[in-house]
Design a protein around this ligand. Structure first.
Ligand code: ADP
Ligand code: MG
Length: 578
């Protein structure tokens, strides 16, 4: 349906046309006329279907020239970003209605400035429930003439603990107002609010065939434990998305991953709720403008973020909730474009979790192998050659031919020169591609005392203090290195570190693949063990994993937990082992 058929003021139809919307989306076509009529509405449609305009267009239309100093519409959003984003969108709809004045109020920003703006007179306030309540209490937000109250992302606001604020606000505003609620899902608590605070609401639902947008292709990669960051790096280097969003389940993970990617030279930044408002805004703006091309975020921080042109979404962590998956991948494939969503899973449990999500959303998430270094190099070479060919055809850079000729006179052929240039460029682009060594069963060769292969010890920077048990260490080693458990020798756990005996032949491989992995949630450092003045001799809890199969090994009958040697006692609670 066209916007001109919805009974909207001419100024708005013009503004919407200038924004570039051609037709109203289904939820817009269904709800705009009801909102204009003054009905209470419950609008449910999935993410990316244009809910902001569904309430924003009627909200702006309701403001008359005479409303100069009265708040007529109050809109609630779950996060500061969404409030700002919705407010920006309203301003666009009101481009030809200079009398419409909007104001966004949200926590984490200077309240005095918001108060000044409110005092100057506004018609539409968009805010987070906590801050709106704050302004109501300070009497800086007067709602006596309010005609419409709107809750956007109502489900998420309840999830975020805003229920009390919302109910207080709903109880405070004039009774004969219009109450409108938009949400992607309609859980029980929303229905309760609806019953209590809405009058004869019209329920408008937009069904979707599949729970996710068809414009997003979905893939997943199964990678070894502890290699998710490497896998992500590989994908970023291989696919080079212009703008991508990476999702983690925790703020801490966002920070860690951001640090790692930035240290590898990616233009990445994190976004989560603990950040100061100012830096969140900066990050978001940098991302929207493309100065940053990787945004790493938690679900809540990224809720509803609407940036067109996000061409890939990466799930670094498996989302904890089916709906989160839908919202995450809904950040790409927006506004008629296509997008790709990649999930990185490690371990059977994560794969199973992801398959459950796929079942719920009725979508197919296709398994894919990580591109190998060779494939990446080959793809980039083909790509570069094509660029070179079209550059040659265009005649650009022809002026350099003279220099090439000069080199030819020195005996270099054009072939040699081109190959060197190509190699330099490709190796610069691929030098950071992590190595994924296919798990190979190592032979017995490297084992201690066999065919000349000695053993060495490595030191891993976690110990008893980190609640580490030998099987955690062994598990991590097997996962990261792809070597069978029996190749690892004695594991000694000390208070602050752990040593493991490994075949000398594998030392580089072990250190390389273990670097940066985690054991029991703890990021580790690993290096060759150089000894600690002999103190460690009896200090550790030891297990020799090469002997596990040999049931009657004397080491297992008499576990070598260390004696009460006074030298080592300082390193552990010796009593425990007496
Ligand atoms: P939702 O809140 O349902 O997730 P948004 O309101 O954030 O969706 O809108 C998603 C995207 O679609 C935005 O980029 C918005 O500008 C765009 N959009 C909204 N309505 C239309 C329309 N009628 N035609 C084209 N694009 C639209
Ligand atoms: Mg929205």
């Amino acid at each position: 349906m066209l916007f001109s058929e919805l009974g909207l003021p001419e100024e708005i139809v013009r503004a919407v046309d200038e924004i570039g919307f051609e037709e109203a989306t289904e939820i817009q076509a269904k709800t705009i006329p009801l909102l204009l009529e003054g009905r209470d509405v419950i609008g449910r449609s999935h993410t990316g279907t244009g809910k902001t305009a569904a309430f924003g267009i009627p909200a702006v239309s309701m403001i008359g020239k005479g409303d100069r100093n009265t708040v007529r519409v109050l809109i609630h959003c779950p996060t500061r970003e969404l409030a700002m984003q919705a407010c920006d969108e309203l301003d666009k709809f009101a481009a030809h209605m200079p009398w419409v004045r909007t104001c966004a109020v949200y926590g984490g920003a200077d309240i005095e400035r918001q108060i000044m703006r409110l005092k100057r007179g506004v018609n539409i306030v968009v805010g987070t429930p906590g801050r709106v309540m704050d302004h109501i209490n300070r009497k800086t937000l007067k709602l006596d003439n309010l005609s419409t109250i709107i809750l956007d992302e109502a489900d998420e606001m309840l999830n975020m603990g805003f229920r009390e604020d919302i109910e207080l606000i709903l109880g405070y505003v004039p009774e004969n107002r219009q109450t409108v609620l938009f949400s992607a899902t309609m859980p029980e608590p929303i229905m309760a609010i609806t019953e209590q605070y809405q009058r004869d609401p019209v329920v408008v639902g937009v069904e979707q065939k599949s729970r996710t947008v068809d414009s997003v292709e979905q893939f997943f990669f199964e990678v070894p434990m502890g290699r998710k960051t490497d896998a992500l790096q590989t994908l970023l280097l291989a696919y080079e998305p212009k703008l991508s969003m990476v999702f983690c389940n925790t703020k801490r993970m966002v920070d860690e991953l951001t640090e790692q990617l930035v240290s590898k030279g990616f233009k990445a930044a994190g976004l989560h709720g603990d950040m100061k408002q100012q830096s969140r805004t900066q990050v978001l703006n940098a991302f929207k403008s493309g100065r940053l091309n990787i945004l790493i975020a938690t679900d809540v921080a990224a809720r509803g973020i609407d940036v067109d042109d996000v061409d890939a979404v990466f799930n670094y962590d498996i989302p904890q909730d089916n709906e989160y998956y839908i919202h995450r991948i809904g950040r790409t494939g927006r506004a008629g474009k296509t997008g790709v969503a990649y999930t990185i899973a490690s371990g059977r449990r994560q794969v199973t979790e992801l398959m459950e999500i796929a079942k719920y959303i009725k979508a197919f998430i296709q398994r894919k192998d990580l591109p190998t270094r060779e494939e990446i190099v080959a793809a980039k070479t083909t790509n570069l050659l094509n660029i070179i060919k079209s550059t040659v055809m265009s005649g650009k850079y022809a002026e350099y031919a003279e220099q090439v000729k000069a080199l030819e006179a020195e005996g270099f052929t054009a072939e040699m020169l081109a190959a060197a240039l190509l190699g330099m460029k490709i190796s610069a682009e691929t030098k950071n591609v992590p190595e994924f060594i296919k798990p190979v069963m190592r032979t017995e060769k490297g084992r201690k005392g066999k065919e000349g292969g000695g053993s060495v010890k490595v030191e891993i920077s976690v110990g008893r203090q980190n609640k580490i048990a030998p099987n955690f260490v062994l598990g991590a080693l097997v996962d990261a290195t792809g070597m069978p458990g029996k190749n690892f020798g004695k594991i000694d756990i000390y208070d602050r570190f752990t040593t493991v005996e490994i075949p000398e032949a594998d030392k580089d491989h072990v250190i390389e693949t273990m670097t940066g992995t985690k054991i029991n949630g703890q990021k580790i450092k690993i290096k060759l063990y150089e000894g600690r003045g002999g103190k460690e001799k009896d200090g550790g809890r030891q297990k020799d994993y090469r002997n596990l199969e040999r049931k009657r090994d004397h080491n297992r009958k008499r576990p070598h937990y260390g004696g009460n040697n006074s030298k080592s006692a300082g390193r552990r609670n010796s009593k425990r082992y007496q």
